[in-house]
Design a protein around this ligand. Sequence first.
Ligand code: G3P
Length: 226
Amino acid sequence: LEYPLILINFKSYREASGKKALELARTAQKVSRDTGLTIAVAPQLTDLHFVAANVEIPVFSQHVDDVSPGSYTGHVTLEAVKDAGAIGTMINHSERRVRADQVDVIVKRARELSLVTVVCTNTPEVTAAMAALGPDIVAIEPPELIGTGIPVSKAKPEVVTSSVELVRRINPAVKVLCGAGITTGEDVAAALRLGTVGVLLASGVVKAKDWEKAIRELVEPILKRA
Ligand code: G3P
């Protein structure tokens, strides 16, 4: 996985479900190819295989359960998301919280399976705790800013900088993303300036009328920096 990273979470939005999930992933792939930037997608679980089989950009699961393959009806295993073509998984999103001990199990098992883990957090303190578990990435998202269009990188820069600082002290191998309210390239540039390796976002792209335009606008300032 190369950085900076833009991770687009499709959540359970109808706009990015089924065939549209692939359409959005292909749009992300187009911009990624044109710009050379890493743009990854996290479609709904039901679309994971369909999307991953048809694009070459990194595809993440939005969630997994802390169970091994076997007698667990209605659960999703790390092995299953790997078989579906995902390179990794998000876990503990504020819309799908799990217990810290479950995050621990998932991070350890994902490492054995060479799957990338993105652990979502809500405060610098929780970010620090999750970084101690040794995931590849932590993603700090103040829940009250999710879906508002008010970017964490502007509204709460101190939440991002203290998260980055704590992770540096506790486990410097862990990368930090930030998310919530990110919609413009300026927001992404601000996130990078605060010490993150990129952003996790959803509505700014999924809800946009023109996906390609929205994604291009997001990455533009990073290209200028390079
Ligand atoms: O996972 C990303 C997310 O929670 C942020 O949502 O819509 O504010 O970009 P949004």
